[in-house]
Design a protein around this ligand. Sequence first.
Ligand code: SF4
Length: 283
Amino acid sequence: MKLKIMENSGFCFGVRRAIDIAKNATKKYEKVVTLGPIIHNPQMVEYLRKKGLRYINNISEINDEAVVIRSHGITYDDYKKLKNMDVKIVDATCPIVKKAQKFAQKLTKEGYQLVVLGDKYHPEVEALLSYVDDSCIVVADIDNDLELNNDKVGLIAQTTQSETKFEQLAYKLISKTYELRIVRTICNATKLRQEKTAKLAKKSDLMIVVGGKNSANTTRLAEISAENGCETHHIEVANEIDFNWFKGKMKIGLTAGASTPDWIINKVKNNLKKYIENEDKNS
Ligand code: SF4
């Protein structure tokens, strides 16, 4: 049995940057909170809570704490509210997420009806929607009908969406619009992880995808792996592994989302290596 670990597994630059900013804030300010979890990984959020970084769900819960804006950003309304309060704002929004917000605003201002490939309940998309007008459509399932009311359409995507889906949606829109502007707002870190996951899944009998169950980018990796015909298990931590999964399998692939800390990936990797060594000894 062989284990192959995907290169570039784990933290992307945006997540690493957000965590560094948050850690520095806990050193600089006596009390610090984030509005929503800093990243979508419960174990990392818990680790930071022990370091003094609590997360809250609502602005009304803020007293006199410094507020870290998480990597997915916050809505324009929440940002305005924070500005009007006498609190210190530490912005850890990923620059790539901000760039997508800017394109969304620009296209809207230039008279395009915005179409966003994404999940409208994801905090990144909720924040993005707060910068554009009500004509914006969020598409999660590209097979659904699109209600367009403008012959000028601007297409963007949530930064963690699948490239393939984005291209399929773009093709669909070409026949429905007079003018179509496409801005590829999917981030490179995501694109790279998706491509490498697909490649590894094609060569593996079983894939383990490690990361928060609430993490959009990790969930997407698990979907891509399964779409490439490989039995796939999405786990958050090492003790979720069921070694019955490995019976009759020879090539095991391991990948992890952009918000999965190294210590979790290493624990999974070490457990798998130990299991494979034992299996090889006993065979
Ligand atoms: S996946 Fe990309 S957009 Fe999201 S935080 Fe990481 S670098 Fe930023």
